[in-house]
Design a protein around this ligand. Sequence first.
Ligand code: 5GP
Length: 197
Amino acid sequence: MGSMGGMGKTPPRGRLFVLAGPSGVGKGTLRQSISDIGGLEYSVSCTTRAPRDGERDGVDYRFVTREDFLDKVRRGLFLEYAVVHGEYYGTLRGDVERNTAAGKDVLLEIDVQGASSVHATKPDSVLIFVMPPSMDVLGQRLRRRGTDSEQSIATRLENAKKEVQHAAEYDHVIVNNVLEDASKELREVILSYRREK
Ligand code: 5GP
């Protein structure tokens, strides 16, 4: 009790969990499936892409203009950002810092480039790779989602082939075959770090 830092009032810092993997692998669904875990804050990213049906500003993403995004880049507000399929996506440093400083764990759901930059600046972050059962299944999921053209699906599959080669650099790899199983595994990974504390 109170051994961390000696100030008594300062809680131990929260952990940063990074969920990454190819487009269409089901990261979003997985992330939502564990949203009931207490003390785990999801960091809402900024993006320049247009909202999809049903997406809410400030909940799914912060939808911003390119100008606004680049202004935030210049002001150094992003912990990481990347261009994914031609649009900008970024994690605000302030949100992550505020929550981890308050002792809350934070979950990022970002692409593979973003995960590498987070790991470079925050080496104690926990990297979790979500792997498709196969490239065929990934293709089927992207088609079923119905949000992308055939051309864009082909690009996403090409990118996915390169991205899965990085899986070995991650602390954990979860194959998203059956959602319930993958969700249970993810939950277990996060809770196992808490038991370590
Ligand atoms: P979508 O447009 O399908 O929502 O997301 C496209 C990709 O961008 C997904 O792989 C998603 O995880 C990733 N992404 C979402 N937010 C961020 C972010 O803040 N940073 C990075 N690097 N990637 C993100």
